[in-house]
Design a protein around this ligand. Structure first.
Ligand SMILES: Nc1ncnc2c1ncn2[C@@H]1O[C@H](COP(=O)(O)OP(=O)(O)OP(=O)(O)O)[C@@H](O)[C@H]1O
Length: 470
C-alpha cells in the first residue's frame, strides 16, 4: 500500500525500476511524484498472458492519458503498456487483449507517446526470433486511383522493399505511438529504428510504407527509410528506419535549450523538410507527388545529430497525386469529410477543428500542415535561450498548454483557436515586425489561403540566418 501526501498539481505514480537518468519526478520509495505530467505509465512483460510490471513511473512526455485506470490491450512482442491519469493507477493494470482486427482509437488530443521506458538502458535486450521467412516479396494490394493512367504518374510506381528478418535484432524500446512500438535495433549490423505495427494498425503501416516508397523521397529532411515487411508467421508489420539517437523534437526540447543560431538551423531544416514533402516534381521520368503530412507535431519530428530535423510518421499522410482527375479528388474529399480530424488535436488548424474545411482541392491539407509548422516554429522559439536574455527560458510546453492546460478537449480548442482566434504568445524579444515573428503569424493565419507555403517560410528563415540576428 502506498501512502503519500496529496499534490495540488501533478501526479503520484507507483515507481519501479526506473533508471535515475530518466526519472521525471522525485522518488520516495515506491512513489514517484510527477510535477510536469498528469500521466503515470506502466510497462509490463506478459508471462502466461498475464502482465507483470517491469517499469512503473511518471510518463516522460505524455500529457494525454484520457483513461483514469491503467488498461492495457496491445501485445508488442509479449510486452504491453498503459498510460493513465489517476494517482497510482499504474500499480493496477487491467489486461484486455484487443481483438485481432480491432483498430487503435486515437485519443482526443493525441501525442506520440515517448513513454517513461523510452530511455531505459541496459535492462532490455530482446532478440527478434529470427527463423521466419519473408513475406514481403510482393507489394500488398492497395486501392489506387483508377484515373492514374500515365506512365509518369506516381501512383503507378509500386515500390517494394524487402527485409530479411533473420538480420533484425530488437534491443530496446525508444518510443511508442498510437499505432506502433519503435525499437532501437540492428539490421545487418547497422544500428536502426524498427517500427513494429500490430495487425490492427495495418492501415497506418500501409500509408506510411507507401509514402516512404515514393520515388525521390530520399531527402535529408525525411527520415531515411531502409525497408518494410511482414514476417510470414506473424501478424505484425515492420518498417526499418535510420535511428535518430536524440529521439523526437519534443523530447529534445524538453531536455535542451538552443541558442539563436541553432534555433534558426532547426527552424530552417524543419521548414525545408516540409517544403520538400509538399513538393511535386518529375525527375528522370519518375514522379514525386506532393504529400500532406496531416499529423505534424513535435513528437513526429526527429532530431538528427547534426542539429537539423527530419520528419517521420506518415501513417496519417495523404499523397496528393497530381495525375488524379478532379472527380477522383472529389471522391477522395468525400472520404475525407468523415475523417477530417486526424492527427494531434492541439496542432490542428482552426478550419479542421471546426470542420469547415474547403475540400475543393488537396491544398487545404497542405495549408493545415503549414499551420502546424507555425506552432512547431513557436515551440523552437520558446526554447531559444537568446530570446529570453536575462530571464529563465520557460520549460518546453505544447502549443496552448499554457492557456488550456495539458489535455484540452476539442470544444476548448474550437472556442480558443477558431472562435477567439487566439494563438500561442510569442516571446517579447521577437519584436513586432521582426522576420521570425511575421513568419509565425503568416504560418498560423486564420485564413488558410493567406498562409505561407513551407518553401516561403524556409526562404525567409534562410535570409534571417544570413543576417544572423534576432
Ligand atoms: N527513426 C527513429 N529514431 C528514433 N526514435 C524514433 C524513430 N521513429 C520514431 N521514433 C520515436 O518513436 C515515437 C513514435 O513514433 P511514431 O510517431 O512514428 O509512431 P506512431 O505509432 O505512428 O505514432 P503517432 O501516435 O504519432 O501516430 C516518436 O515520437 C519518436 O520518439
Amino acid at each position: 500500500q502506498v501512502s503519500a501526501p496529496a499534490l495540488t498539481n501533478g501526479r503520484r505514480c507507483v515507481y519501479l525500476r526506473n533508471s535515475k537518468h530518466m526519472n521525471k519526478g522525485q522518488i520516495n520509495g515506491t512513489v514517484e511524484y510527477c510535477a510536469r505530467t498528469q500521466c503515470c505509465a506502466g510497462f509490463y512483460r506478459l508471462i502466461d498472458n498475464q502482465p507483470v510490471a517491469e517499469i512503473l513511473g511518471c510518463d516522460v512526455v505524455e500529457r494525454d492519458c484520457p483513461n483514469s485506470t491503467c488498461s492495457a490491450s496491445r501485445n508488442f512482442h509479449n510486452y504491453t503498456t498503459c498510460a493513465c491519469s489517476s494517482d497510482f493507477c499504474n500499480g493496477n493494470v487491467t489486461w484486455n487483449p484487443e481483438r485481432e482486427n480491432s483498430k487503435p482509437q486515437r485519443p482526443s488530443s493525441s501525442l506520440g507517446m515517448d513513454h517513461s521506458f523510452c530511455l531505459v538502458k541496459n535492462w532490455l535486450n530482446l532478440t527478434f526470433i529470427s527463423t521466419h521467412l519473408l513475406e514481403f516479396k510482393r507489394c500488398p494490394e492497395e486501392s489506387l486511383p483508377e484515373e492514374c493512367q500515365t506512365s509518369l504518374c506516381s501512383c503507378n510506381q509500386s515500390y517494394c522493399s524487402e527485409i530479411d528478418f533473420n538480420n533484425i535484432e530488437l534491443q530496446q524500446i525508444v518510443g511508442q505511438g498510437h499505432y506502433s512500438l519503435v525499437w532501437h535495433g540492428k539490421y545487418r549490423e547497422t544500428v536502426v529504428a524498427v517500427k513494429v505495427f500490430p495487425e490492427g494498425s495495418i492501415r497506418e503501416f500501409t500509408s506510411e510504407r507507401e509514402v516512404y516508397g515514393l520515388p525521390h523521397l530520399a531527402h535529408s529532411g525525411i527520415t531515411h527509410f531502409l525497408g518494410a515487411g511482414r514476417k510470414l508467421d506473424s501478424r505484425e508489420w515492420v518498417i526499418i528506419l535510420e535511428l535518430a539517437p536524440w529521439g523526437s523534437l519534443s523530447s529534445f526540447l524538453t531536455k535542451n535549450t538552443s541558442d539563436w543560431t541553432s534555433t534558426l538551423k532547426l527552424a530552417e531544416s524543419l521548414s525545408g523538410a516540409l517544403a520538400f514533402l509538399h513538393s511535386d516534381f518529375i525527375r528522370h521520368g519518375l514522379h514525386k507527388p506532393a504529400v500532406a503530412h496531416r499529423d505534424l507535431s513535435s513528437s513526429n519530428v526527429l532530431m538528427k545529430v547534426d542539429g537539423t530535423c527530419a520528419l517521420c510518421d506518415f501513417g496519417c499522410s495523404t499523397i496528393l497525386r497530381s495525375c488524379s482527375s478532379p472527380q477522383s479528388w472529389q471522391r477522395h474529399a468525400d472520404n475525407l469529410k468523415g475523417n477530417i480530424q486526424r492527427g494531434t488535436l492541439c496542432y490542428m488548424a482552426p478550419e479542421f477543428l471546426d470542420g469547415c474545411v474547403n475540400l475543393s482541392s488537396g491544398g487545404c491539407l497542405i495549408q493545415g500542415d503549414v499551420y502546424a509548422l507555425g506552432l512547431l516554429l513557436w515551440e523552437l522559439c520558446m526554447r531559444c535561450s537568446d530570446l529570453f536574455k536575462g530571464c529563465p527560458v520557460p520549460e518546453h510546453k505544447l502549443p496552448y498548454e499554457e492557456e488550456l492546460g495539458t489535455n484540452p478537449c476539442l470544444q476548448q480548442l474550437i472556442s480558443h483557436v477558431f472562435e477567439k482566434r487566439e494563438r500561442p504568445s510569442i516571446p517579447k524579444h521577437l519584436q513586432q515586425g521582426s522576420v521570425l515573428h511575421d513568419i509565425l503569424l503568416d504560418c498560423w493565419d486564420h485564413d488558410s489561403e493567406a498562409r505561407l507555403t513551407a518553401q516561403c517560410a524556409k526562404d525567409r528563415l534562410a535570409t534571417l540566418r544570413l543576417c544572423h540576428s534576432v
